[in-house]
Structures are given as structure tokens and as C-alpha cells.
Design a protein around this ligand. Structure first.
Ligand SMILES: Cc1ncc(COP(=O)(O)O)c(C=O)c1O
Length: 459
């Protein structure tokens, strides 16, 4: 009798992938490869375990763009932005964006700037220019130029301290206080001297979404220039605020309408409404960019000027930024910002009704967000609320402590973005109410739970 033929092992791809039962490559560079489908599923399955960007109330960064914008992005992923010789229209589109931003920020005349990876690169470049210009001024006066300092508040993003450490500049940080989370002229003045390369002020802080007293700081710097012949430039970190203030508070002066504001950075990927990977640096005038920082090269077929920390990078986000500028215009951006502001106010009203919270600076000019903290006595703290809400409903609502000397203050902060509709605001508020009820009944989170909670101010 003939024996039955041995069944071959089924091809794992016919019924699943190898990684249903095998470990994925993690350490050694894999010897062999795999099919595209397997690779795609392997990566995709890892990402399923991450948080849902639509429930991420921590991030300032764009989590949704229109399908038409997504199409532009997808169709141009193969385009290297720096290759200006081959892609001159992309370079022109970058320049259009810079001119439009200079116009939005009321630059007095012709100016210059750069597309960057985000505000961090823009700040590094802008602050380097401050340092170079300061050194030139000192050398021209025959004075020592070996001890530069930069003045800013404790309310800045970590990138400012990073700049100081990476590029050897003394940070002069104005500490915050309980109930004072931004800085003004009186805070800055004692720190200024002939070695100050500039002052950095924030429009829309990472911590509470408010602005430093940029107008007051400008007035101080103008007075010092007139009285002491000390020219200290002001850089505005408008990473978040640069696409909010022009539309929600057009009469509030923080930009090139103020004389000492020499440069501004803004993140296209925050309220510029573009996916991650785009920031902008805009100078008041061409002369504010230190010429020594511009490099000329001709490797790519044409002599080109570069002023960047990176070289090759994608063109898609520049094109997407231009798409948004022409698609929305001032009217469209104002519409989107006002919608977010209305929803932020709706959330703020619900949190007041909740009775457990107090809002931080709700009557001041602010980014479309709600910063709040617990009021009164509770058996739990803001970190517990954050943890409970995420455990019950999956919302990522960050809790964090304020920078020194306000580190005793714990804050919760919800960014209210385009994707958070009015209906979702109500759901979120209901879920916060429920999380408080649970905590009222059971007390604070276990230390092991707390460890899992998101505790940074987000980005
Ligand atoms: C005020 C401020 N400055 C700078 C940055 C850094 O920006 P980017 O993430 O675009 O590098 C942030 C990010 O949240 C910010 O809020």
C-alpha cells in the first residue's frame, strides 16, 4: 500500500506571518530578509501598542491633515529638500513661506530666514546668529568676547538650555515663582550686561500657554540702547504662539512691530497645522543673520547658500506648509484657531463645574489649551488624575511640575486641537468627572501606577 505523501509545512505567510509565534529581530542585524508584507505587519503591530494620537492631549504637534495635504506629502517623499539645483521650485516655495511669515510678523522690509526641522533647530540657528553678531560687536569695540550670556525665563522649553550647553553660552535663567509663570522686564533687567548676546522671550509657553511680557521687555531693551548704548537683541520663541497670536490676538504686539525683536522662530508642525518635521526661523532684516554662518557649496550642481544644522531632509513638509498657507489664508487660520479656542473655553467651563479644579490664567491671552490644577484638599494629586483618566478612558492628559522656583506647583494641561470636536470635549469632561469620582472613592494611585503615567509637559 502506497504511503500518504508527507504534508509540507505550510508557508507561514499563507495564514499569518512568522512573527505570530517567533520573536522579531531586535538585536543582531538580520542575516536574511522577509517579504514586504511581513515587514509591514511587523512594524505595524509594534505601533498598535502605542497611544492613539487622537487622544493625545499632551502634544502640541499636528496629528491630522486634510487628505489633499496628505497626498502632497506622500507624492513628494522622494524629494530631497536641500537639492535646490534639481528642485528649484521647492526652494522657491520655501522662500515664499518665509516671505509670507515675515509679512504675517510685520517685518519692516526685505528679510531672510530658513526652513528648519522644527523650532529646536530654528532656535539653535537664531541663537548662534545672536552669538556671532555679539562677538562681531565686541571685537569691533576691541573688547573681550569670551564670556557670552543669554537671558531667558524658567518658562522656556529645554532647547534654550541645550543651546547654551552645546554652544558654550552662560544661561541666565530667571526663576519662576508660585503664581508667576512668565517673565517681564523687571525680571530681565538685573541680568543684562555687555556680554549678553540676547534675550529670549516666549510667545505661548510649553507649561501654561501664556506669553512673556514681550512688549515690556522690548521697551526695556530700547531704553538700554538709548541710555547705555547697549544693543541687546530680542528673539521671540513663537514655537506655538506664532500661528495663534496673529489670528486670535492680532492687536497684541510681540513681533517685528517691536523694535528690538530681531528674530522669531515658529513650529510649522504645531499650530502651523503641518505634520512633524517643519519649523521656521525669520529675521527682522537680512543684516540680522550673521553672514559667517552661511555656507556656500556647489556639490549639487549649483552654488547654493546653506544655513542649517542638517543637510538632506524631506521636501514634503515644506510643500505641506505652503499648501496650508494658500489653502487657509489668514481667514482660514483664524477660523481654525477660534474653533479651538471656543472648545478650550467649553472644556474650561466644564472643569469649573466639576468643582475640583482651578484654571491657570484663563483670562489672559493664551494658546488654545486648558492648564489647570486641583483646588482644595484631596487624597490624590494631579498625577493621579492623569493616571486614572488614562487607565479608564485612554486619554493622555499630562501632569507635570512647574520649573524652579515654582516646582511645588503641579499642573494638568489639555491641548485642544482641531481633532477635538465639541462632542469630544463633552466626553473628555465627563471622563474627567468620572476619574475624580473614582479617585474620591479609592484615593490616590499606587506608586507602580504612577510610574506609568505621562509626566512631562509634552511637546
Ligand atoms: C516654546 C517652545 N519652544 C521650542 C519648542 C521646541 O520645538 P520643536 O519641537 O518644534 O523643536 C517647543 C516645543 O514644544 C516649545 O513649546
Amino acid at each position: 500500500m502506497a504511503r500518504a505523501a508527507q504534508m509540507p509545512d505550510p508557508d507561514p505567510l499563507q495564514y499569518g506571518t512568522r512573527f505570530l509565534t517567533q520573536e522579531v529581530p531586535k538585536t543582531d542585524f538580520p542575516q536574511g530578509g522577509m517579504t514586504p508584507v511581513e515587514a509591514m505587519r511587523l512594524v505595524g503591530e509594534d505601533l498598535i501598542l502605542e497611544g492613539d494620537p487622537f487622544r493625545n492631549l499632551a502634544t502640541f504637534v499636528t496629528t491630522w491633515m486634510e487628505p489633499e495635504a496628505q497626498r502632497i506629502i506622500a507624492e513628494n517623499l522622494h524629494r530631497n529638500f536641500i537639492d535646490h539645483a534639481e528642485y528649484p521650485r521647492t526652494a522657491e516655495i520655501e522662500q515664499r513661506c518665509i516671505r509670507m511669515l515675515a509679512n504675517l510678523y510685520n517685518a519692516p522690509g526685505e528679510t531672510t530666514g530658513a526652513r528648519t526641522q522644527g523650532s529646536s533647530e530654528a532656535i539653535m540657528l537664531g541663537a548662534l546668529s545672536l552669538k556671532w553678531k555679539w562677538r562681531k560687536r565686541r571685537e569691533a569695540a576691541g573688547a573681550a568676547a569670551d564670556r557670552p550670556n543669554l537671558v531667558f525665563g524658567g518658562d522656556v522649553h529645554v532647547v534654550w538650555e541645550k543651546f547654551c550647553r552645546y554652544f558654550d553660552v552662560e544661561p541666565r535663567i530667571v526663576p519662576l515663582q508660585e503664581d508667576k509663570y512668565t517673565i517681564g522686564a523687571e525680571d530681565v533687567e538685573p541680568h543684562l550686561d555687555e556680554n549678553t548676546i540676547g534675550v529670549a522671550a516666549v510667545l505661548g509657553t510649553t507649561f501654561t500657554g501664556h506669553k512673556d511680557d514681550i512688549e515690556g521687555i522690548n521697551d526695556l531693551l530700547v531704553a538700554i540702547k538709548n541710555e547705555r548704548d547697549l544693543d541687546v537683541p530680542l528673539h521671540v520663541d513663537a514655537a506655538s504662539g506664532g500661528f495663534v497670536w496673529p489670528f486670535l490676538y492680532p492687536h497684541s504686539e510681540w513681533d517685528f512691530r517691536l523694535q528690538q525683536v530681531r528674530s522669531i522662530n515658529v513650529s510649522g508642525h504645531k499650530f502651523g497645522l503641518v505634520y512633524p518635521g517643519i519649523g521656521w526661523l525669520v529675521f527682522r532684516e537680512k543684516a540680522d543673520l550673521a553672514e559667517d554662518l552661511v555656507f556656500y557649496e556647489n556639490y549639487l550642481g549649483k552654488t547654493d547658500a546653506t544655513f542649517t544644522l542638517n543637510f538632506s531632509t524631506g521636501a514634503s513638509m515644506v510643500l505641506a506648509q505652503y499648501y496650508n498657507f494658500v489653502r487657509l489664508g489668514r481667514e482660514g487660520y483664524a477660523y481654525v484657531m477660534k474653533a479651538m479656542e471656543m472648545n478650550a473655553k467649553a472644556l474650561a467651563a466644564r472643569l469649573k463645574e466639576n468643582g475640583n479644579f482651578e484654571l491657570i490664567g484663563e483670562d489672559e491671552e493664551q494658546l488654545p489649551l486648558v492648564a489647570f490644577r486641583l483646588a482644595g484638599e484631596h487624597d490624590y494629586d494631579e498625577f493621579d488624575v492623569s493616571w486614572q483618566l488614562s487607565a479608564e478612558r485612554g486619554w493622555m492628559l499630562p501632569a507635570y511640575t512647574m520649573p524652579p522656583n515654582a516646582e511645588n506647583v503641579k499642573v494638568l494641561r489639555a491641548l485642544v486641537k482641531q481633532t477635538l470636536s465639541r462632542e469630544q470635549i463633552d466626553r473628555l469632561a465627563d471622563d474627567i468627572d468620572q476619574a475624580c469620582k473614582t479617585l474620591d472613592a479609592k484615593g490616590g494611585a499606587h506608586p507602580s501606577e504612577r510610574k506609568k503615567a505621562k509626566v512631562s509637559p509634552g511637546y
